[in-house]
Design a protein around this ligand. Structure first.
Ligand SMILES: Nc1ncnc2c1ncn2[C@@H]1O[C@H](COP(=O)(O)OP(=O)(O)OP(=O)(O)O)[C@@H](O)[C@H]1O
Ligand SMILES: [Mg+2]
Length: 366
């Protein structure tokens, strides 16, 4: 899938801007603070309603304005299906449109556009809390597994109910129905997540061999947060039951897939504390590119790749290597940099360069 056009209105520094990206690598070049990352943020917003910068969502709206708007025409395979996606935010609320029609659930919009993003904060996938790693896998499941969203929602609902009951004087029988729900949907979640991690393994091994060969073979390990996937629903139900006393004291549910995590062990670095900061970034890059590739294998089309500030994240050799890889796959990508990086010559993928100035984006001849 790719963006045929992208328009921003009252997003941070931009009053109004529009660009028509190419189908291959798109490079956004400009000085610090001109709006390069904001363009990537707009793409990320359309695909998830979140900014990778985090923080207050209303800070995205241009100072003094009531509303921000982002619009893009997406081209999706097969058949080059065109979809108009619109997202706006005002008064702390999002509203979304597909082909001009308002959609109630934002997730309908997010299903249309899959974006894999590498940015200066991405090292959190290795060094940050487990929520980053769960979100990584759940992103893929949301896009490739039709049942995922409904399973996830039902699990979250049961979790809220059990947590609310745990804060009241204990009547154990009240917990029963919610624990059954948690066990049923939780076991399904664990199965899906473990299967996706296993699916990623070969591609991830190849990416690590390419970007960080010194680390040797990689072994992913999933920890389910409760009972192992092989114990299924019954195992999770027993774990919840056993944890009742402790959970009541804590006031929340301490076992289940909402506590799950995964890690990577390398031949040359069995624990993550042995990775240098730069190696962490290369591992994260490998994870993200492997994820994009696995998505493409399952869905038959590539997600959009956005890579913020790439030259300051990677050394020259790894930068060149990454650009070569990007030029070799049929994915649309967006890269920001303060100075134009040297792009691979032997590419058959069309490349486009844009210059970003205080709130303006201009296409450069290339
Ligand atoms: N709500 C807002 N209203 C107006 N301007 C804003 C708002 N939020 C951020 N800005 C400004 O938007 C500009 C663009 O920021 P952005 O992070 O996109 O720049 P950048 O080109 O990626 O810079 P860098 O090279 O430093 O990463 C900055 O000058 C910032 O101060
Ligand atoms: Mg930036």
């Amino acid at each position: 899938m790719r963006l045929a056009s992208l328009s921003l209105e009252d997003l941070r520094v931009f009053r109004e801007a529009r660009l028509e990206p190419g189908t291959g690598i798109n490079v956004l070049v400009g000085d610090n603070g001109t709006g390069k990352t904001t363009v990537l943020e707009a793409i990320q917003l359309l695909s998830s309603g979140r900014s990778f910068r985090g923080g207050v969502r209303d800070a995205l709206i241009r100072r003094g304005q009531p509303e921000l708007r982002v619009y893009s025409e997406i081209v999706a395979e097969p058949m080059e299906r065109r979809v108009g996606m619109g997202l706006s935010r005002s008064l702390r609320a999002w509203s979304a449109r597909i082909d001009g029609q308002a959609v109630e659930a934002l997730t309908r919009l997010f299903q249309e556009l899959a974006v894999v993003c590498f940015e200066p904060g991405s090292h959190a996938l290795i060094s940050g809390g487990s929520e980053h790693r769960r979100r990584f896998i759940d992103w893929a499941l949301f896009h490739v597994e039709p049942d995922f969203l409904s399973i996830w929602r039902r699990y979250q609902r049961a979790l809220r109910q059990r947590n609310a009951l745990l804060k009241q004087p204990m009547v154990s029988a009240n917990l029963d129905p919610w624990e059954h729900e948690l066990a049923l949907h939780g076991a399904a979640l664990t199965r899906l997540r473990e299967a996706w991690l296993a699916r990623l393994q070969p591609g991830l091994s190849a990416m690590v061999a390419r970007f960080a060969p010194g680390l040797g073979a990689v072994t992913p390990k999933y920890s389910s947060g409760g009972s192992p996937a092989s114990d299924g629903e019954t195992g999770l139900l027993a774990a919840l039951w056993q944890a009742r006393g402790r959970d009541q004291a804590l006031g929340h549910t301490s076992v289940g897939p909402h506590r799950a995590d995964w890690s990577l062990a390398f031949e040359a670095a069995p624990v993550r504390e042995m990775l240098s900061r730069g190696q962490e970034k290369l591992v994260v890059l490998s994870c993200l590119l492997a994820q994009a590739q696995a998505f493409a294998e399952v869905r038959g089309q590539w997600p959009v790749l956005v890579l913020d500030d790439l030259p300051s994240e990677l050394d020259r050799g790894h930068l060149a290597h990454t650009l070569e890889w990007l030029a070799s796959v049929p994915a649309q990508s967006f890269i920001t940099a303060t100075a134009a990086p040297e792009l691979p010559h032997a590419s058959c993928r069309p490349m486009r360069m844009f210059h970003v100035e205080q709130g303006r984006v201009a296409a450069l001849l290339y």
